[in-house]
Ligand binder design. Structure first.
Ligand SMILES: Cc1ncc(COP(=O)(O)O)c(C=O)c1O
Length: 420
């Protein structure tokens, strides 16, 4: 291999080895390069405490425990360790034990699951809701549960892998449209008038933090009887909209959305996924979504904690108000450093570095040694010309945390970029 740095995970998907238990030989060679290993050392670093705004990690860089300001976890509202949430989970654990010990259709449905699904349906203003043990499983489940061969999934090209994989699993045809491009989507709708179509978008796009152009997309799709709209609100539920119901609420378009998906692993601070829609299709999904009916139901103590998390996040707007206050303050400071934050409109703030993977990882190492947990995002997760850091703002961050983070970002990123 002449220059390992020219390669990425995008290059080793196909395997010409005679055994499926042997990775491709060029992959093994690539992984043995110390510079590639250094890059991979940023993965799977161990958190030693809750994913709060200040936490502790065991750094893979030097095997040292380090107190860090956490800009990477998706614990946007700090609910994962909110005292009331923890107490509810403890009570749930004592009463119900650790696991559900069964798939939902047989013995895995507890009163907690029914209560939480009802609460979510009411919150999202839909007739019914189905819970999944993971967000990814939820997206696989929707697609595989309702799309059939001959159907068409039209997915924004920046859509999450779970939406794409679900589409492939369903046997439907999957086509991507250019990110947020109403023109490209219009062309595809026009070419496929004979098919049942599901258009899938995200409320907040997870790598760029920009919002779906929902009003334009709704206007475009509405006249077609064969087209339904799904919104993945993984990064927007509990945060956007006057009542925290998400980006569809933010745009006043909830009644135009056929299927509303959310994860329970981000702002909710737990784990799992949920899908809200009309009662008929939820009933149908329960029969055909394998991640639902062939997988153990969500852990009861987690659901007990999630019920409390939903109550805490919706009883007033204080957590999301704080999140938006922190986001505005962070952006103002980053703006003053002349950093490229792309098209962000949310609490997800990219700092785009450019095409050099070496520079990205050098900066990442220095940032971490200075006490910031801010992970690098490399190609193929993002385009090769826009390697980046991605800040997840949390309501828990203090002004002091943000000031300290911005000082480190200025020293390590802004100063270096000015020289490049
Ligand atoms: C947009 C989007 N959808 C779905 C998922 C999957 O959710 P989970 O991590 O809860 O399985 C993610 C996770 O990052 C996501 O960003």
């Amino acid at each position: 291999m002449d220059d390992p740095l020219k390669f990425s995970l995008a290059d080793f998907f196909y395997n010409d080895n005679s055994s499926v238990l042997k990775p491709p030989s060029d992959f093994v060679e690539w992984m043995s390069d110390p510079r590639i290993q250094a890059g991979f050392s940023f993965f799977e670093q161990q958190l030693l405490k809750a994913p709060t705004a200040e936490t502790e990690i065991l750094s893979n860089l030097d095997n040292k425990k380090r107190r860090v300001i956490n800009l990477t976890s998706y614990n946007y509202l700090g609910l994962s360790s909110h005292p009331e949430v923890i107490q509810a989970a403890i009570d749930g654990l004592r009463k119900y034990g650790l696991g559900a010990s069964g798939a939902p259709l047989l013995s895995g449905t507890f009163d907690l699951h029914v209560q939480f699904a009802r609460m979510l349906a009411e919150f999202k203003q839909k007739e019914d809701c189905i819970l999944f043990s993971s967000g990814l499983g939820g997206n696989l489940g929707i697609m595989q549960g309702i799309l059939r061969k001959g159907d068409l999934l039209l997915l924004d090209e920046k859509g999450h892998k779970s939406l794409l994989d679900g589409g492939k699993l369903s046997g439907a045809k999957v086509r991507m449209f250019e990110h947020n491009s109403v023109e490209d989507l219009a062309r595809l709708l026009d070419e496929n008038k004979d098919k049942r179509i599901l258009v899938a978008v995200e409320g907040v796009y997870s790598m760029d933090g920009d919002l779906v152009k929902l009003p334009e997309i709704v206007e475009l799709c509405e006249p077609y009887d064969n087209v339904e709209l799904l919104i993945d609100e993984a990064h927007s539920t509990l945060m956007f909209g006057e009542n925290g119901r998400g980006v569809a609420e933010h745009f006043g378009l909830e009644d135009k959305i056929g299927i509303s998906f959310g994860t329970l692993s981000k702002s909710f601070g737990g784990v799992g996924g949920f899908v809200c829609s009309n009662a008929g299709i939820i009933r149908y999904l329960k029969g055909y979504a394998s991640p639902y009916n062939f997988s153990c139901a969500p852990s009861p103590p987690i659901v007990a904690g999630l019920i409390k998390a939903l109550e805490v996040a919706t009883r007033d707007s204080s957590l999301r108000d704080k999140l938006w206050e922190n986001t505005a303050y962070f952006k103002k400071n980053l703006d003053a450093l002349n950093l490229n934050m792309g098209a962000t409109e949310s609490q997800v703030i990219p700092i785009i570095i450019g095409s050099s993977g070496e520079l990205l990882f050098e900066m990442a190492a220095e940032i971490q040694k200075r006490g910031l947990f801010l992970q690098p995002v490399d190609f193929p997760a993002v385009p090769a010309h826009s390697r980046r850091f991605r800040i997840s703002v949390s309501s828990q961050l203090t002004r002091e945390n943000i000031d300290e983070a911005c000082n480190i970002i200025e020293d390590v990123i802004a100063r270096r970029l000015r020289k490049v």
